[in-house]
Design a protein around this ligand. Structure first.
Ligand SMILES: C[C@](O)(CO)[C@H](O)COP(=O)(O)OP(=O)(O)OC[C@H]1O[C@@H](n2ccc(N)nc2=O)[C@H](O)[C@@H]1O
Ligand SMILES: Nc1ncnc2c1ncn2[C@@H]1O[C@H](COP(=O)(O)OP(=O)(O)OP(=O)(O)O)[C@@H](O)[C@H]1O
Length: 310
């Protein structure tokens, strides 16, 4: 015995990968009294990932660093959804939120792929592991829903029907996998701006609520071919996104000319998804889209993939 206290072992960092989401069906109803719109959507996670790494720090408070997509433009303070998530789970677990968070972003920012929501979901999971907080599924879902409508889905990933403002989830067991080319643009669309444009167009009689998801849910369950899926994709926000960013129309048209089975605006846009028949087709289509130009970046991705709390 030397009488000396061994230094505390440094706690290991916890890293969590979290996928982007798409909405193969996005039905938008009327604005509710709370300002949110009623949704009838089918979510699917695709293989474009952010990585959230958390580590204890001796000093009080949260230190956030960001690398990759949008590192220079994203908020570093309390407005960052990862910081909000860390604070929320710390309060839930009655621990001090003294943590270093690093976001390695590959999901395009403000592109309709729920990048911020994905980071929030991953931070909830990573911090609960770091701080060894016991939390059940229902409580985790409640915290997630308080951070944003897409966050509960981002926890689970896979494929799910979303109702309410998007936070009421019913899991869908799918019988296949689908391949997409994801084309980002050099503009962004804010989510509330796009919902407002949906309302404005409706006042002019343009667009309606595509409430029924049964057909596409059955199609996913049965592992439908991409050709048939291409006829079932719906996005009630697409006209609004194109109205706000008219250049999307030529990007969509370009992908179809290059052989995509369908062109589909992702969520509130402006990212455009092109459906491919299989992985080989997706690779060839991505190559042609890059040569053609018009997109900021072109990726390939498949879905569904599981989320961090699947
Ligand atoms: C467009 C989607 O990505 C489709 O999955 C989502 O509905 C958006 O989900 P999100 O980014 O998590 O949105 P939130 O952070 O919950 O809300 C941001 C803002 O978008 C608008 N919003 C969002 C969700 C919803 N069902 N109706 C809305 O009108 C509201 O103005 C809200 O203040
Ligand atoms: N960790 C984060 N990553 C990305 N954006 C964040 C983050 N935290 C806060 N934000 C803010 O959220 C805004 C929307 O970014 P995000 O990438 O989530 O958009 P989105 O993909 O269009 O979202 P959604 O599909 O959920 O509507 C950004 O402009 C940014 O200021």
């Amino acid at each position: 015995m030397t009488g000396q206290t061994a230094p505390a072992a440094p706690s290991a960092a916890v890293s969590v990968d979290v996928p982007a989401k798409i909405n193969p069906h996005l039905g938008v109803g009327d604005a509710r009294a709370d300002g949110f719109h009623a949704l009838s959507t089918v979510y699917q996670s695709i293989s474009l990932y952010d990585t959230v790494t958390v580590e204890r720090r001796e000093e009080p408070g949260i230190e956030l660093t960001i690398s990759g997509e949008g590192a220079d433009i994203l908020p570093r303070g309390d407005e960052n959804l990862a910081v909000k998530a860390a604070k929320l789970i710390a309060i839930y677990g009655s621990v001090d939120p003294d943590v270093r968070i690093h976001l390695n972003k590959r999901i395009p920012v403000a592109g309709g792929l729920a990048g911020g929501s994905a980071d929030a979901a991953a931070t909830l999971v990573a911090c609960s592991r770091l701080w060894e907080i016991e939390i059940g599924d229902a409580e985790m879902h409640r915290l997630a829903a308080g951070l944003g409508s897409d966050v509960p889905f981002c926890l689970k990933g896979g494929t799910a029907v979303g109702a309410g403002r998007g936070e009421e989830l019913t899991r869908v067991e799918v019988g296949g996998s689908w391949h997409w080319v994801v084309a980002t643009t050099d503009t962004q669309i804010s989510t509330p701006e796009c919902f407002k444009e949906v309302d404005r167009l409706r006042e002019d009689g343009i667009g309606r609520f595509s409430a029924d998801v049964d057909q596409i849910v059955r199609a996913f369950e049965s592992g439908i071919g991409a050709d048939e899926l291409s006829r079932l994709l719906v996005n009630d926000m697409e006209a609004a996104a194109v109205s706000l960013r008219p250049q999307l129309a030529s990007l969509m048209h370009g992908g179809l000319e290059e052989g995509a089975l369908a062109a589909h605006v992702s969520g509130s846009g402006p990212t455009v998804l092109f459906l491919a028949s299989d992985v080989k087709h997706a690779m060839a289509l991505a190559r042609r889209m890059r040569m053609r130009g018009g997109a900021k970046s072109v990726h390939i991705a498949n879905g569904p993939v599981p989320g961090p709390a699947a």
